[in-house]
Design a protein. Structure first.
Length: 287
């Protein structure tokens, strides 16, 4: 008999009603522990090393010394005009350690300790160096420190009240940005009583020069005449305070800033200054 015509037996199909053997099913995977921590090899090259808290970027170190801004410092670094321990450094983001000697454009830098003060500014002092016909606020703060202090923000000669000073370029730049919206409270004295309907209109917002300005809060000063108004804004421009009331046909007699970025001038006589507390410094840095 020729065996070539015989069909080879194929794999038998399991019967539909045949139960699967328990040994045929895959074992369930063990559940991972929720508290399991990944094992990390200490020598792995892909793990970033923690930055030491006492290290500082070179451009920030230069800016802190008062030599120039951080952005300009980057230009000096790229051009090879900065040396660390006698060696030119052109690497962006380079960090220096305590004890490193930084030479900037031929001069050795000594970064200043950061200092912060508030002044209760009197009238007829300006924050602008361009107004040479008026006395400058720096005259009032010169006894506070030997560092080069600068006012944070602008304040015209007729506005009185809280003004912050520092040598911290980061803070000066931060509060100088147009989108910096820290709260400011002003006490405004008008030539006549503020009508309640005008107060309500101001409270809903004012349009000045085509721009909508929102007011956080406005109210009469307790136990004072109705021409003494308290107003809370977030705009950095002091001139806006006068413009709001002038828009409603009131003449502003006086503007006094009583609070700025959480700082107050409580118990600080006019023309006097005080250093910020540690907590106040932390607060302004976190705004």
């Amino acid at each position: 008999m020729n065996n070539s015509n015989k069909k080879r037996p194929g794999p038998s199909k399991p019967s539909a009603d045949r139960k699967k053997s328990p040994s045929a099913s895959k074992p369930a995977m063990a559940k991972r522990s929720q508290n399991r921590k990944p094992v990390v090899k200490k020598d792995s090259p892909n793990i970033p090393k923690p930055i030491k808290s006492d290290e500082i970027r070179l451009n920030k170190y230069i800016a802190n010394s008062g030599a120039c801004s951080r952005r300009d410092a980057d230009i000096y670094i790229q051009s090879g005009n900065v040396k660390v321990n006698g060696i030119p450094v052109t690497e962006m983001g380079y960090k220096i350690k305590p004890g490193d000697v930084v030479n900037f454009d031929g001069a050795t830098l000594m970064p200043e300790r950061k200092e912060y003060f508030v002044l209760n500014k009197p009238k007829n002092f300006t924050t602008s160096n361009e107004e040479v016909e008026h006395r400058n606020v720096l005259e009032l703060i010169k006894g506070a420190s030997t560092s080069n202090l600068f006012p944070v923000g602008r304040m015209d000669k007729n506005t009185t009240g809280l003004l912050m000073f520092t040598n911290d370029t980061d803070i000066i730049r931060k509060f100088g940005l147009p989108n910096q919206k820290s709260p400011k409270i002003y006490q405004v004295t008008l030539d006549k009583n503020l009508k309640f309907e005008d107060l309500e209109k101001i409270n809903t917002g004012v349009t000045l020069d085509g721009h909508r300005l929102f007011v956080d809060d406005i109210s009469y000063i307790e136990n004072e005449p109705k021409n003494e108004i308290g107003i809370k804004l977030r705009t950095p421009n002091v001139k806006v305070v006068r413009a709001i009331f002038e828009n409603f046909k009131y003449t502003v007699i006086k503007v006094d800033r009583v609070a700025f970025a959480g700082l107050t001038k409580k118990n600080l006589p006019r023309g006097n200054w005080r250093p910020l507390t540690e907590q106040e410094i932390i607060n302004i840095k976190n705004i």
